[in-house]
Design a protein. Structure first.
Length: 117
């Protein structure tokens, strides 16, 4: 499975960004799609993920209430709508896919999100 993410950029605090990710290849093997992020000097952390076919969606505490994940299974895409962005949301965001939460077998190339104060 190959993942191609897009939509990162520079935004002021309080603003919004929408990240998109398209999967290709053996997409029938994908059960969960989601997002991780890695800020400078920090470990990579889970942002959120959604199971196939309108299943449960999970978010990190830092994302709850501000970020929304949506999937289009027909198009094999997943989006991350980020609202009320904060400077601490600055990170490289990675699209991920796998057979289950915690079983992320495919990673996208990462897209930079920078939130200025």
């Amino acid at each position: 499975v190959q993942l191609q993410a897009s939509g990162g950029g520079l935004v002021q605090a309080g603003g919004s960004l929408r990240l998109s990710c398209a999967a290709s290849g053996r997409t029938f093997s994908i059960y969960v799609m989601g997002w991780f992020r890695q800020a400078p000097g920090k470990e990579r952390e889970f942002v959120g993920g959604e199971r196939r076919n309108g299943g449960s969606t999970y978010y990190a505490d830092s994302a709850k209430g501000r970020f929304t994940i949506s999937r289009d299974n027909a198009k094999n895409t997943v989006c991350l709508q980020m609202n009320s962005l904060k400077p601490e949301d600055t990170a490289v965001y990675y699209c991920v896919a796998g057979s289950g939460l915690g079983s992320w077998s495919s990673w996208g190339q990462g897209t930079q999100v920078t939130v200025s104060s």
